[in-house]
Every structure is written in C-alpha cells, then in structure tokens.
Design a protein around this ligand. Structure first.
Ligand code: SF4
Ligand code: SF4
Length: 319
C-alpha cells in the first residue's frame, strides 16, 4: 500500500536537505499572495501554470574578510548566490524523485523581452512572502534579524506544501540606525552610499516611514565593476578586427568566458557599501560565517538525532 502523502513531513525533509547543503533559511510563499503582488506577466503561474508552492531558500554571504576588503574585491567576492542556485537545483530534483511532483529551479535571469534590469521573477518577493527576509531602507535589500543579508533562490513545484507567513517584525532600521538618524538625518546606509542613491525618513516610533532608492545611480555605480558590459563596450569601440579580436580573446577576458562556461558567478556586481556599514548585516548572530558554521553543524546534528529518534534507533557518531 502506498503511504499517504504527509506535506508537513515532506517540508521537514526539504528543510533538512537544504540545511545540509548549506542553506540558512527556508520558507514557502503563498502562491495566491504572490500572484496578487507580482507585476502582470511575472507571477509564479506565468512561469509554471500549475504551481502550488513557491519555495525560497537563503544562503549567507561571504567571509568576514570580504567585508574588510577594498571596494573592488568586495564587489567580486561579496556574493554567494551561486550556492543558493545549486541548492535550489538539487531541491527541484529531490521533489520530483521523492514525491513525483513537477518542480523547477526558478531562473534568476532577466526577462529578455523587458530589458537588462527586469527579472523574469522577483526572487526577493518570493523570499519576502515566504517569511525569510524583510525589505530594508537600503534599496529594499532583504534583511533577516538572525542571518543578516542573504542571497536567495526559488523553486516552483506542483506539490502542495504548507505556506509560511511573511515576517511580522522588520529588523530594519536597527536601533543604532534610528539613533544616528535622529542626530544626523541619515542612517548608515544613506550616509555611506557613494552615490547618494538611498534616502528616506524614519517615523517617531523608529520605523521606516519612507524610502527612495535611485536604482539607476546604484546600477551605474555598480556597473563599473561589471566585467561583461565592459568587454562588450571594448568590442564595440574597437577600431579594427585585430582590436576587436583582442577585446574578445585577450588573456584577461578569457577568464570571463571560462567563468561563464563553468557557471561561476560574480559576473555582475553590487558595490555593497550600504551593507558594509549595516549593523544587521554585520552583527546578526548567524551573519558571522564562523558562528554560522558552528550553528549549521549543530542544526545538522539535531536533525540527525531527531531522525534517529523517529526511527527509534541509536544515534550514530556525532558530526
Ligand atoms: S550597492 Fe552601492 S550604490 Fe547601490 S545602494 Fe548600496 S551603496 Fe549605494
Ligand atoms: S543601515 Fe541597515 S539596518 Fe540601518 S537603516 Fe540601513 S538597511 Fe536598515
């Protein structure tokens, strides 16, 4: 007899899988809520018509050293989204294998019909509705009180699993930011953005009342470190075929093609100065990669002990 499908148990198994692979946070977004908020043509059902659950996973950022490095270095090594994508791919396969329901890794790519900065789906919205991040003063970058700033990936599936609710409390602004705002009229992210693209106000009760983000200025600032557009510009500006050939095949540019061919990230960048000074990103308990490592090992050990307890067998060696 086939065992009845237990959606809560299935969700636990998915959380255990993602945690073991390195995810810090896991949430399931309500599809109807996402459909209401997402712009026309960019809802989950536009991509997978019979989607029942939108799963969002979050992974932590780079090392402490990355935050202490110079701007150019941080721009290249500050993000870890490829780890999130790898876990999400694996999760989609796991769902199809274990539960026989269709699943896709949600492409994090831009919509080819809508220009260079419009994503096919908003991974940020998925994470927000799934309750693993809240919009911050820093251009809506999602923050989490325990994990700080994370990188996200999504999986869509036709399997129905219990949805989570958005976070009840937004950790931004941090109390120290409210203090600074009262003194100077600026929060750290506003004050240290090199191109002044963040502005806003904080209400008397210490909440974000208004936020403005100049996405164009941010993109222009960040694009100076983006390698592909620069190579394309060199190619277009080339005066003759030899110069054009150099732009494509020069030794320094070959690294980019290599990265593309192996699917390595860090081809596009952010300048991250707003997050370098954000107290949530820098001091959240699990934002520290070393503490995070300890916490992750603890979580895996607990999940293992629970699984052994459910099977009613003696636990194996601790991890
Ligand atoms: S990434 Fe850089 S340019 Fe963009 S908002 Fe943050 S500090 Fe400003
Ligand atoms: S520095 Fe961080 S916590 Fe403070 S207002 Fe900006 S985004 Fe929010």
């Amino acid at each position: 007899m086939t065992e009845a499908f237990d959606s809560t148990r299935a969700k636990q198994a998915m959380i255990a899988y993602c945690t073991k692979k390195g995810a810090l946070a896991f949430g399931v977004g309500d599809v109807d809520a996402l459909e209401k908020i997402a712009p026309k043509g960019h809802g989950p059902r536009d991509m997978l018509p019979r989607v029942k659950s939108v799963i969002s996973i979050g992974v932590g950022g780079g090392t402490k050293g990355a935050w202490a490095a110079d701007a150019k270095t941080l721009a290249y090594i500050g993000d870890t989204e490829t780890t999130a994508y790898r876990i999400a791919y694996g999760l989609a396969f796991l769902i199809e294998r274990e539960y026989g329901a269709r699943a896709i890794f949600c492409p994090p790519d831009m919509d080819p019909e809508k220009g260079a900065r419009t994503p096919m789906q908003s991974l940020k919205l998925h994470a927000e509705i799934a309750g693993i991040g809240a919009r911050s003063m820093a251009g809506d970058i999602l923050l989490h009180p325990e994990f700080g700033m994370m990188f996200y990936a999504s999986v869509f599936t036709e399997l129905e699993i219990p949805a989570d609710a958005p976070m009840e409390i937004n950790p931004c602004p941090h109390p120290s930011c409210v203090k600074l705002y009262k003194k100077s009229g600026k929060t750290p992210c506003m004050q240290f953005c090199p191109v002044d693209c963040i502005s806003g106000t904080i209400s008397e009760d210490g909440k974000v009342a208004e936020m403005h983000y100049d996405a164009h200025a941010c993109a222009t600032m960040s694009q100076q470190y983006e390698a592909i557009p620069n190579i394309l510009l060199d190619m277009m500006d080339a005066k003759d075929p030899i110069e054009r050939g150099m732009a494509v095949h020069s030794p320094e540019n070959q690294l980019i093609w290599y990265k593309l061919s192996i699917g390595a990230g860090e081809l596009l960048s952010l300048c991250y100065e707003c997050m370098r000074v954000c107290p949530i990103t820098q001091t959240a308990l699990m934002a520290d990669p070393v503490a995070r490592g300890r916490g992750m090992r603890q979580k895996v050990a607990e999940a293992k002990a629970q699984a052994y307890a459910e099977l009613d067998v003696e636990a194996g060696p601790s991890v």
